[in-house]
Design a protein around this ligand. Structure first.
Ligand code: PMP
Length: 399
């Protein structure tokens, strides 16, 4: 690969593949929001993709005990044996899926898990089908590895998901894997057991792997909470994390589930890439599946549901287009009202500057229709949400 000669001071230019990695637009917005806050403005943050709730007390206590006991050395690359067992046990108890610890590898977040799966599976030049809109890191990490993301526009007709039917129409030679997220970021849409089975069958028929990002698992509202792992482990990789449902974003801990053979390969990759995931975090996460913790998480899930049930009709009332009810995660992906002329980037910038409400522009999640869409994260309580709706309403009146 030729290196561009755009270095001003004569030093060696950085790799083109690395320089091609795009930043999140939302980070620029967040920085501006913080600037405005520092200047005394009140900002309501609906742009942030993490729960506002603190890590549940039993997990914090287990983490503190681990630190007090000096449990700060490396763990095995695949994670603490007890934690791999606890994760496998969780699948058995909650989803009726029979897995062993040998099917689980603990990673530094779903981000680390994604790197491991992509690295284990893909040769340079392999194509990977992903929906547009979807979580931006898939594209960036794939390109970094020399693989080729094949973005397929998905709209309201398939609930913004890559369904088997949509994937089949878009299939092209060289597709080696397909990535879906359920519940999804930025749309909150959920794939049911049937849709997952159809995708898996299509992938197997075409000799491709199915990668399912289940990082928002557990955060579903009035629809069944399912896992793709019910389909078996053939050519299937499931990514998950303690970040969202378990409220542990900053602890940097996730996992991947796959066949024993793939876990063994990812174990070697993990040794070389990360050595292991964070040790105190792994000890803390052992408390994540305790009944006391699960009760706290259930009350939070209900709080998210109440917020969604408030924000969804309120935004529709203001003219935002949210055709299907998003059944999971904590996001609403909304089309701009017809009468708004500016694109979503200009809209979110003005919304922040003029009324102090921060939301994410569609541009962070793809190209197709991005200019007409926004993502609202209902990671704030009902009072700030109501205040945000009022501010947006007054902003819309002035348009
Ligand atoms: N996948 C999706 C769909 C996400 O939204 C995120 C975080 N926003 C991640 C993966 C990565 O999460 P983490 O590394 O914190 O587990």
């Amino acid at each position: 690969m030729s290196r561009g000669r755009d270095s001003l001071d004569g030093s060696v230019p950085l790799a083109a593949r690395a320089r091609a990695v795009q930043p999140f637009h939302v980070m620029r917005l967040l920085a501006r929001a913080h600037e405005l806050e520092a200047a005394g403005r009140s900002i309501i943050h609906l742009e942030v993709g993490e729960p506002d709730f603190a890590t549940p007390e039993p997990i914090l206590a287990a983490g503190q005990r681990a630190l007090a006991a000096g449990l700060t050395h490396y763990t095995p690359a695949a994670g603490l044996a007890e934690l791999r067992r606890a994760i496998a046990g969780h699948y058995g108890r909650r989803y009726g899926v029979d897995l062993g610890p040998e099917h689980i590898l603990v990673a530094p977040g779903a981000s680390g898990a994604l790197q491991l799966v992509f690295s284990a599976l893909l040769e340079p030049g392999d194509r990977v089908m992903i929906g547009d809109p979807s979580y931006p890191c898939y594209r960036q990490v794939l390109r970094l590895l020399g693989a080729e993301p094949l973005s397929v526009p998905v709209g309201a007709d398939s609930d913004f998901q890559l369904t088997a039917e949509r994937a089949e129409r878009a299939w092209s030679p060289g597709v080696r894997a397909l990535v879906v997220a359920s519940p999804a970021n930025p749309t909150g849409s959920v794939l049911d057991a049937r849709a997952l089975a159809d995708l898996h069958a299509l992938c197997r028929e075409r000799g491709a792997a199915l990668i399912v990002d289940e990082i928002y698992q557990g955060l579903v509202y009035r629809v069944p909470d399912v896992t793709a792992l019910a389909l078996g482990l053939d050519d299937l990789y499931v990514i998950n994390s303690f970040s969202k449902y378990f409220g542990m974003t900053g602890w940097r801990l996730g996992w991947v589930a796959g066949s024993v053979e793939s876990i063994q390969v990812m174990d070697r990759l993990s040794q070389n890439l990360f050595i292991a995931a964070n040790t105190p975090a792994q000890h803390a996460a052992l408390a994540a599946f305790e009944p006391e913790t699960l009760a706290i998480l259930e009350s939070r899930r209900l709080a998210f549901e109440t917020r969604r049930d408030f924000l969804l009709p309120a935004l529709r009332e203001l003219g935002f287009r949210i055709p299907n009810r998003p059944d999971g995660a904590f996001y609403l992906y909304a089309g701009l009202p017809e009468r708004v002329r500016e694109d979503s980037m200009a809209f979110v910038t003005r919304l922040l500057e003029e009324v102090g409400v921060a939301v994410t522009p569609g541009h962070d999640f793809g190209d197709h229709a991005a200019g007409r869409h926004l993502r609202f994260a209902y990671t704030r309580d009902l009072d700030p949400l109501a205040e945000a709706v009022e501010r947006i309403a007054s902003f819309m009146e002035r348009l």
